[in-house]
Design a protein around this ligand. Structure first.
Ligand code: PLP
Length: 505
């Protein structure tokens, strides 16, 4: 354990290291007073256990343990969170209040439909606004996150190809800058993934798609704005080339935050696009969730949408559950129930409280903030692609050349300064990528401090102050972790360490 040894407790100021419950609890203690059990004659024989070996703490110790753990989660509510591609979105408190209303928060998916009419109406209203904002024909609400939405959209495309008797279209085109979930989704569905090259300015040329079209191409998976933070200017021509060649256009909509109220995917020729409600329409999503990934669909794909979905039924609403009747062409069911109700409430609350002008402004502010960061840093850091960017700005490690400092060192030194690092080493199209995406609601003052910090770090690297980077973070309770080992050989079970023999005097 690389816990700091500079202090007696291992903590640094109020930056407190929190061991596992098993490490602090003891089997002798108990947080509750239980009456002594009546004597019993065990009938378990040799299977009887002396102890369950469960750790226990006093009530205040238990409370402190969980409160400390809750404070370990770095969040947009604590500081600037410039994690590119992830859109760490401001989540107004109003959303939390709405999501906790008992009529939304305390309902169960198996309740009779007549008792959850308000919740169904909320879903129906959200459907309306998602369709309106994207200019599409339908939306599948059940996918639980962006990657799940990709799967949904590509399953709809597969179903549409099958219905046309074109199941031999097996190739999905994916630009090299794509998020890893794009090729993974296509591969999971049995498509063969073919990388397509982008031009030097980081965007895709329509000719590349036109030249590759053929009877084997099923679809493209293209992110717009793309993962280099650039709007794909040829997008309409790309869509036309795909449609002329009988293929479909899957758009990865994770970056929709940059264009809400400015451009509608339906007008760009998109056939399917997931919307990360947790990136574009608020909801806190640091720490791994929960998310929601509704998929908007074009007229051509709408009939293949998964069940269940909500439809108007007289004065109220009903849920279509079966793949017959109204949903005869549906590709089936992706999840047990309807999707992420809590995220739906937050997204609708965000939309209605901002209004169309407010949402347009949020997109404009996101783009403005990224360009402000770019303009204030481009003399010291290398911007990968020239010109203005959308909601995120991509730097690469050319400015660190000959300093001995890597992208990883730089990111770790940001932790010492109290910032969550930007996205590192993604996208793969540039060397040592640093993808910075400031939240649209950051004030100029907080952006200025972030920029000044980045400038200070670059200058430290340039003057050879490598100590600041080597082995950083210096001030975090845990230093550099072996992330590869953690991913490849996860320790899923705690084992009691060998007792340390007492040192002889
Ligand atoms: C976040 C993201 C995804 C995946 O979304 P999840 O909700 O994390 O599953 C896909 N593509 C891009 C470009 C993303 O940024």
């Amino acid at each position: 354990m690389s816990q700091s040894r500079d202090t007696f407790t291992g903590n640094r100021g109020l930056e407190i290291y929190e061991p596992l419950l098993f490490e602090i609890g003891s089997t002798e203690n108990c947080g509750v007073d239980l009456p002594d059990p009546e004597p019993v004659t065990s009938r378990l024989g040799s299977h009887a256990r002396d102890t369950l070996d469960l750790p226990a703490l006093s009530e205040p110790e238990t409370m402190r343990h969980y409160v400390k753990l809750s404070q370990k989660n770095y969040a947009i509510d604590m500081s600037v969170y410039p994690l590119g591609s992830c859109t760490m979105k401001h989540n107004p408190r109003l959303n939390e209040k709405m999501a906790r209303l008992p009529g939304f928060g305390d309902i169960h998916p198996l309740q009779p439909v007549s008792t959850v009419q308000g919740a169904l109406e909320l879903i129906d209203t959200l459907v309306h606004w998602l369709i309106t904002m994207t200019g599409m024909s339908a939306v599948a609400m059940s996918p639980k996150a962006g990657a799940h939405g990709e799967l949904c959209g590509m399953m709809a495309i597969k179903a549409a190809l099958d219905a046309k008797g074109e199941a031999d279209r097996r190739v999905v085109l994916v630009p090299e800058s794509a998020h890893g979930t794009n090729p993974a989704t296509a591969a999971l569905l049995g498509f063969s993934v073919e990388a397509i090259a982008t031009r030097d300015d980081g965007t895709l040329h329509a000719d590349v798609v036109r030249d590759r079209m053929g009877p084997d191409v099923a679809a493209i998976m293209l992110t717009n704005p793309n993962t280099c933070g650039l709007f794909e200017r040829d997008v309409i021509e790309i869509a036309e080339a795909l449609h002329a060649g009988g293929a479909y256009f899957y758009c990865d909509g994770a970056n929709f935050n940059a264009i809400v109220g400015k451009a509608r995917p339906g007008d760009l020729g998109v056939d399917a696009m997931h919307i990360n409600l947790h990136k574009t329409f608020s909801t806190p999503h640091g720490g791994g969730g929960p998310g929601a990934g509704p998929v908007v669909l074009s007229e051509a794909l709408a009939p293949f949408a998964p069940v269940p979905f909500v439809v108007k039924d007289g004065d109220g609403f009903k849920v279509v559950e079966d793949t017959n009747g109204e949903a005869a062409e549906s590709f089936g069911r992706m999840t047990a129930f309807h999707g992420q109700m809590g995220m739906f409430v937050r997204a609708l609350s965000y939309m209605l409280s901002h209004g169309s002008d407010g949402m347009r402004q949020a997109s404009e502010d996101a783009v403005l903030n990224a360009n402000y960061v770019r303009a204030c840093l481009e003399d010291l850091m290398t911007v990968s692609f020239p010109g203005t960017c959308m909601h995120e700005v991509l730097f690469d490690d050319r400015f660190l050349k000959d300093t001995g400092v890597t992208t990883l060192d730089f990111a770790k030194a940001m932790i010492d300064e109290g910032y969550h690092p930007m996205t590192m080493y993604f996208p793969l199209v540039v060397h040592g990528a640093m993808l910075v995406e400031p939240t649209e609601s950051e004030s100029k003052a907080s952006l200025d401090l972030f920029i000044a910090t980045m400038r200070d770090l670059v200058m430290a690297a340039e003057r050879g102050d490598t100590e600041r980077f080597e082995g950083a973070p210096h001030f975090a309770p845990l230093r550099r972790l072996d992330e590869t080992a953690a991913a490849r050989k996860p320790k899923l079970r705690w084992t009691r360490p060998e007792p340390i023999p007492e040192a002889a005097e």
